[in-house]
Design a protein around this ligand. Structure first.
Ligand code: 2RA
Length: 334
């Protein structure tokens, strides 16, 4: 497959290259592209150096797949241009996610919706991906009525400059350019993405709307509070789930243990539970602190952690590409 990575110099772009390499995705030609200022810079892939090419050059090569991590406006402008030359775009921005003509895909949940007609496919928001991977098997068994989620999100979700802000603050450098409106080190910001008229943030509404679309069920009620914390390595989520009917707690453990992409880490006697430090660099979604909500019937609490740059972005995008390759697309014949 000829694969373009659009936004190859960013945090997620770098992770995309790593994941393509680690999963041995059959890349016959890699076409890394990024903004004008990065053209000519070199990136490494499978031990070789590749120069960043212009977007026009990348389109002219007619890649089979283009994995985008370049922001919403770039994606709105460029994804259709790649699609016009026959490339399938897998886009990590929020630009196409709620477009009713585009599929929003987490392979463990709804890869089956993909067809050869899909030329622009949306990769969901990181905090939504890890939540639906863990919830989908439970929804199938017990039908989720309502989800109350609070997130604890890594600064890597904001990008390189946010990681720089955190470490500069930690070193006592107050002069660092701030990407957050407040200090992030030794602090917590109940604010991710922009505030909307309803008082929620865009990140919170992504969790509400994307969950319904991916799980194909508009009746699931979701309410979210999304929070930035001074952590790298992954996003954590406290999730309270009310089901239509009562459940067997042992069965919940079994369903999660057998769910694709899920690892249960729940041994409180030995202080074992998921943490971003352990999820860092991994592709799975880690679930623990699984327990009955004793305050109301049919309700469960759990704690879900995943590396937001991996399963929350790059890994999910590459898994979509793998599914397309195995089930939908024909490889380029040389
Ligand atoms: C964040 N949702 O963590 C983002 C990244 N996609 O801010």
């Amino acid at each position: 497959m000829k694969v373009a990575v659009v936004g190859a110099t960013g945090l997620v772009g770098g992770e995309m290259l790593k994941v393509l390499e680690e999963r041995n995705f059959p890349v016959t030609e890699l076409i890394p592209t990024a903004s004008e200022k990065s053209i000519g810079k070199e990136i490494k892939f499978k031990g070789n150096s590749y120069k960043i090419v212009s977007v026009d050059d990348a389109i002219a090569k007619r890649p089979d797949i283009a994995i985008f991590s370049a922001g919403g406006s770039t994606s709105l402008a460029l994804a259709p241009k790649f699609a016009e030359v026959g490339t399938v775009v897998i886009d990590n921005s929020s630009a196409w996610r709620m477009d009713p003509t585009k599929k929003l895909v987490v392979p463990e949940v709804n890869a089956h919706v993909l067809t050869a007609e899909d030329k622009i496919i949306a990769n969901p928001n990181c905090s939504t991906i890890q939540m639906v991977v863990a919830l989908n098997p439970l929804h199938k068994a017990y039908t989720i009525k309502r989800i109350v989620v609070s997130t604890y999100q890594s600064v890597t979700g904001t990008g390189k400059k946010a990681v720089d802000q955190l470490f500069a603050e930690r070193e006592g450098n107050a002069e660092v350019p701030k990407v957050y409106p407040h200090t992030i080190d030794l602090n917590v910001l109940p604010h991710i993405d922009v505030f909307l008229d309803n008082g929620y943030t865009k990140e919170e509404m992504k969790m509400v709307n994307e969950t319904k679309k991916i799980m194909g069920d508009d009746s699931i009620q979701v309410t979210a509070t999304t929070v930035r914390i001074p952590v790298i390595g992954g996003h954590s989520e406290s999730i309270n789930i009310e089901f239509e009917k009562d459940y067997d707690l042992k069965d919940i453990f079994e369903l999660l243990k057998n769910a694709p992409g899920v690892v249960v880490v729940d041994d409180v006697a030995n202080f074992k539970y998921p943490m971003p430090k352990d999820a860092h660099g991994k592709d799975e979604v880690f679930v623990g602190r699984i327990r009955r909500d004793e305050s109301q019937p049919n309700t469960l609490n759990m704690w879900v952690v995943a590396d937001n740059l991996r399963k929350g972005a790059a890994t999910n995008a590459v898994q979509i590409a793998e599914y397309l390759m195995e089930n939908v697309l024909k490889p380029t014949t040389v």
